[in-house]
Ligand binder design. Structure first.
Ligand code: NAD
Length: 467
């Protein structure tokens, strides 16, 4: 098959005339070549001492640290992430690599009492072989790092297909990985859906890890199921912040505004619904409108920027259309929702008051600076509303009442429950992932990561001669 004629052109969301580069997307042949090369390199990498893998990952981390400002500027330019957050992502990427470098030296199994009292019965973790990794554009170096680092630490070889919207960031991260790893252990295949489908369906994989939208994740999961390989999908969200009547309203409003609209709402953990208890709903709504209207919508390279542009013109048009449909369906526009009259894909952050919890804006992910504002009769109703969507990634609860927190936390069906915190925010050493349509398979991050990147062999060793 000839190489696809259409190249990937990566442009700056804040200045669409700024061409970052052109990249050749891979096809099925390129994916096949990459998987074969990774498979050839995998046994030696799996057989290397844990210390060697730990040292290699620590050296990759050092390269990321040495190039942190360059990487941050590239993230800012290619995906429009506010520079302060982009710097945070570069630092986080190095920290993830260092964390998993250490994990390469963790115990790799367990010993059990044998049935006969004298044999050795153990379960040892083994790498899965070649692991396919498919990643989105919104955390273009941190998400790949939190898949690549544990995969490599535990002895796997990797074929990575990044988003076609962040190809330059992918090449920059590869530039830190390749010099420190044996040839072939990490393969990069640029491209879009075609390359992703070819990778997810490749017979040479031992496992596949995906992060992206729910529809694409479901497709990857079906392909993996057909092949009988391990699969992990982290997908979209429709995350709620619950504000109870005893909450510190000013602080809640400030946190929620930034969680909903920061980075133009383009985080899987962004707040998409604000659910306030009746007694404080009006006050919270007013405080939230004031906070959102005070957010700085600037060029992402400006250190004061909080919101920034959406990733593409299409993404902005889709967010604008979602707001229009929400208003047409009976929602009340509280603020924002229109494209800004300047270069770049900017949208004024939008809040829409919604009476019907079944409305599209209160059910589906917009992935833009848009949030629905709802009212709950009481805390029980707030839980019912929060759980009444197909997604289940992150919920935050604002209250001073520990008893209510303990009660609510047990009833919320999201993978993350965060109290007096934004829905957004991920701790690199704690398990991360969603329920329902937001997540499938073992959690990512921290010690949980090895459950996906290894499988267990149960080994029984008995004496050759029984006395
Ligand atoms: P996307 O689903 O369009 O693309 C994600 C990746 O999958 C890209 O590399 C893309 O080329 C590839 N892809 C698309 N369709 C595919 C298919 N059918 N088979 C195989 N690969 C395919 O998502 P995006 O626009 O890049 O990212 C935004 C989405 O990702 C949002 O829904 C967001 O909530 C989600 N996300 C989730 C998490 C999480 O950890 N839960 C983190 C970040 C982003």
């Amino acid at each position: 098959m000839a190489a696809p004629a259409v190249q990937i052109s990566s442009t700056n969301p804040a200045d669409p005339a700024d061409l970052i580069g052109t990249f050749v997307p891979g096809g099925g042949i390129d994916v096949d070549r990459a998987v074969r090369a990774a498979a050839a390199a995998a046994p030696a990498w799996a057989g290397a001492p844990g210390q060697a893998r730990a040292d290699a990952l620590a050296r990759v981390a050092a390269r990321v640290e040495a190039r942190a400002e360059e990487l941050a500027q590239l993230v800012c330019r290619e995906v429009g992430k506010p520079i302060v957050e982009a710097r945070g992502e570069a630092a986080r990427t190095a920290a993830i690599l260092r964390y998993h470098a250490q994990a390469a030296l963790d115990p790799d199994g367990e010993v059990y009492p044998p049935g006969d009292g004298r044999s050795l019965l153990m379960a040892r973790r083994r790498p899965r072989g070649v692991v396919g990794l498919i990643t989105p554009w919104n955390f273009p170096i941190a998400i790949p790092a939190w898949k690549l680092a544990p995969a490599l630490a535990h002895g796997n070889a990797c074929v990575w297909k990044p988003s076609p919207l962040s190809p330059a960031c992918a090449e920059a991260l590869m530039g830190c990985l390749e010099p420190e790893l044996p040839d072939g252990v990490v393969q990069l295949v640029q491209g879009g859906v075609d390359a992703g489908v070819a990778l997810a369906g490749h017979a040479g994989l031992g496992a596949i890890s995906f992060t992206g939208s729910a529809g694409a994740g479901a497709s990857v999961a079906r392909q993996a199921a057909d092949r009988g390989i391990a699969v992990q999908c982290e997908m979209g969200g429709q995350n709620a912040s619950i504000v109870l009547a005893d909450a510190e309203l000013g602080r809640a409003a400030a946190i929620i505004a930034r969680a909903a609209m920061g980075y133009a709402g383009q985080k899987c953990t962004a707040t998409s619904r604000v659910i306030a208890e009746h007694a404080v709903a009006a006050d919270l709504r007013d405080a939230l409108v004031a906070e959102v209207e005070g957010l700085r919508v600037e060029g992402p390279a400006d250190a004061a920027c909080e919101v920034g542009p959406l990733i593409t013109a299409d993404a902005r048009a889709a967010a604008e259309a979602a707001v229009e449909r929400g208003v047409a369906a009976g929602g009340r526009l509280l603020t924002g929702g229109s494209a800004l009259d300047r270069d770049g894909h900017y949208l004024a952050p939008a809040l829409v008051e919604v009476a019907d919890a079944g409305a599209e804006l209160a059910q589906e992910e917009v992935f833009g600076p848009v949030a629905a504002v709802l009212e709950a009769r009481d805390a029980a109703h707030a839980v019912e509303l929060t759980n009444g969507v197909r997604y289940g990634l992150s919920t935050s609860v604002f209250t001073r009442d520990l008893d209510r927190v303990l009660d609510l936390a047990g009833r919320l069906d999201t993978g993350l429950v965060r109290v007096n915190q934004p829905t957004s925010g991920v701790d690199l050493h704690a398990p991360f992932g969603g329920e329902k349509a937001s997540g499938l398979g073992p959690r990512e991050q921290g010690k949980a990561a090895r459950d996906f990147y290894t499988s267990l062999r149960t080994i029984l060793v008995s004496p050759a001669v029984l006395e």
